[in-house]
Design a protein around this ligand. Structure first.
Ligand code: PLP
Length: 389
């Protein structure tokens, strides 16, 4: 299924800010795990729009739920009670199978992290946050401050809003040295997404939990990319058996309808005051209908089990051609490549398969929809096997 590259010259003058490198692909429609370009050529999407399209495209239940809510009432703020908002929050907590007591609904991963950090700094009265080397948390002032390497590359603010230090992955001694009585919070992606689907592992996450308890800091899991079923479990917290004080999630939560959530335990919730947090669009009824529909589909279609099964098939079958190993969890996978991953990405796309890259140049990142099947894994395996090792 060869795909014709979209020539840059074919794109008319654009008024969009020139900040995104473009894939040589223009999508006009999509269904299931398949994208279609203007020529009608199909592309197998293993990237899911940065891990967002968890249900894939044109999912009947999701599309119908959004249409129903648009007809019923497309917007009211958080100052006006709506049953769909209550249902979405309750459903998310139930889905998590974790002892969370409240949910603050916002619009993006960065905004969820921004609020989580603010809550932790205010609750503890401290001025230091520890993050993990390789972690990505978003591009706003606080989320960018705890993003590894942001200061050198794109941060842009003259100073960070609090002191930050970065703990090397897996370094227990550094956890003790850097997480102290000054530390308000430790923020961590249990599986680092942009870094290339790097699992930090249960022992390291448990060490962070223990040290936070010792010094009275809060533990924030950033599950913006690895949450909502992406690992084959509701959250990575379930997979690794470590309970955070705050958990942020976004991306697959809305399957493309912009939304994010911050889940909090009872002690964190007890510290919240009226008007201490706010948002206009967060918790809007369309976003809430999207959240409900996503969780309904994951549960009723057995998608957690499918993510685990199809993820295992990729691990078992795709160490071929230029791929030397597979890392990550569920359908958040990094294929370690002998040649630069960008080359492999370009070659796969010429053959009709879209994959992502990572900040590690030797890792090809896969973030497909949870509805991906074994038949699609075979297409990937055969395409990889045909490439020069
Ligand atoms: N945290 C993680 C782990 C992410 O992967 C991302 C986005 O890629 C973010 C936060 C930021 O989310 P958003 O782009 O929705 O602000």
């Amino acid at each position: 299924m060869p795909v014709t590259a979209t020539a840059t010259s074919a794109v008319p003058a654009s008024y969009l800010a020139p900040v995104f490198a473009q894939y040589p692909l223009e999508v006009v429609s999509a269904s299931g795990v398949w994208l279609r370009n203007a020529r009608g050529e199909r592309v197998l999407d293993l990237y899911g729009g940065h891990a967002v399209a968890g249900l894939g495209y044109d999912h009947p239940g999701f599309t119908a739920a959004l249409a129903r809510q648009a007809h019923a009432c497309n917007f009211q703020t958080n100052a006006v009670a709506m049953a769909v908002r209550e249902r979405a929050a309750a459903r998310l907590v139930r889905f998590s199978q974790l002892p969370f007591a409240s949910v603050f609904l916002v619009n993006s991963g960065a905004e969820a992290n921004e609020n989580a950090l603010k809550i932790a700094l205010r609750a503890t009265g401290r001025d230091h946050v520890a993050a993990i080397e390789g972690g990505f948390h978003g591009r706003t002032a606080a989320a960018g401050a705890v993003t590894s390497g942001a200061q050198a590359k794109w941060y842009g603010f003259p100073r960070t809003p609090f002191d930050v230090s970065f703990i090397p992955r897996g370094d227990a001694a550094a956890v003790r040295a850097q997480v102290t009585g000054r530390t308000a919070a430790v923020i961590v992606e249990p599986v680092q997404g942009l870094a290339g689907a790097v699992e930090l592992g249960a022992p390291f996450l448990a060490a962070l939990r223990a040290r936070c308890d010792e010094v009275g800091a809060l533990l924030i899991f950033d599950e913006v990319q690895c949450g909502v079923g992406r690992t084959g479990h509701p959250f990575a917290a379930n997979l690794y058996g470590v309970m955070p004080d705050l958990l942020t999630t976004a991306k697959a939560l809305g399957n493309g309808f912009p939304c994010a959530a911050l889940l909090m335990t009872q002690p964190v919730t007890a510290g919240l005051k009226l008007e201490s947090l706010g948002t206009t669009f967060g918790g809007g009824p369309m976003a809430c209908a999207a959240i409900e529909a996503v969780i309904e589909a994951i549960e009723s279609e057995g998608l957690l089990e499918q993510v685990r099964r199809v993820g295992a098939a990729i691990r078992a079958q795709c160490v071929v051609g230029p791929v030397t190993a597979v890392q990550g969890a569920g359908l958040l996978l990094g294929l370690r490549t002998r040649r630069p991953a960008r080359q492999i990405q370009a070659e796969l796309l010429e053959g009709g398969i879209l994959a992502g890259t990572a900040s590690d140049p030797q890792v090809l990142r896969l973030l497909p929809a949870y509805v991906l099947g074994e038949e699609h894994v075979e297409l990937l395996r055969d395409a990889l096997a045909d490439l020069t090792p």
